[in-house]
Design a protein around this ligand. Structure first.
Ligand code: ZN
Length: 151
């Protein structure tokens, strides 16, 4: 009995410990490279953050018109449609359909050595919804995507 109580108490302490929000938790970063890959397949944002800033860094060398990357967030059910529509939008529009309200957040398309950030308000997202981040450069979304979760 005593052991069980102690176990629960420890668990509680662990939970409290991981939920203590510090500013850094609201700053997320991810890399893209010349091999058409993101450095992460999953990103999580603490629900305690009011806003989350995502910084995308292109750690490769190739130019934006050859191996460009952006970081786009949408509901998982919308991401393939947006990526397909984005192909026709062209580099000048960051390969995204302009004015598309399904796009929750997006950086611009960047090339090797560049970086760009985007800030989103977590209150506009739901912890029950599934979100996907992806690169909308033509052909990249089949490899460059991952899940975005609020925890
Ligand atoms: Zn890309």
């Amino acid at each position: 009995m005593h052991t069980v109580k102690l176990g629960l108490f420890t668990l509680l302490l662990l939970l409290i410990g991981t939920q203590g929000a510090v500013a850094d938790e609201c700053q997320l970063s991810i890399d893209g490279n010349d091999a058409m890959a993101f450095s992460k397949k999953e990103m999580t944002a603490p629900s305690s953050c009011k806003e989350v800033t995502i910084t995308l860094k292109h750690v490769g060398k190739m130019a934006s018109n050859a191996m460009g990357h952006n970081w786009v967030l949408s509901k998982s059910s919308d991401f393939k449609d947006i990526a397909t529509a984005g192909m026709a939008a062209g580099l000048d529009n960051n390969y995204l359909p302009q004015g598309d309200e399904r796009i929750i957040a997006a950086t611009k398309i960047i090339g090797g050595g560049e970086s760009d950030s985007v800030t989103l308000t977590l209150g506009e997202l739901s912890a029950d919804e599934e979100y996907t981040f992806f690169c909308s450069f033509p052909g990249h979304w089949s490899m460059m995507y991952g899940s975005f979760k609020i925890i």
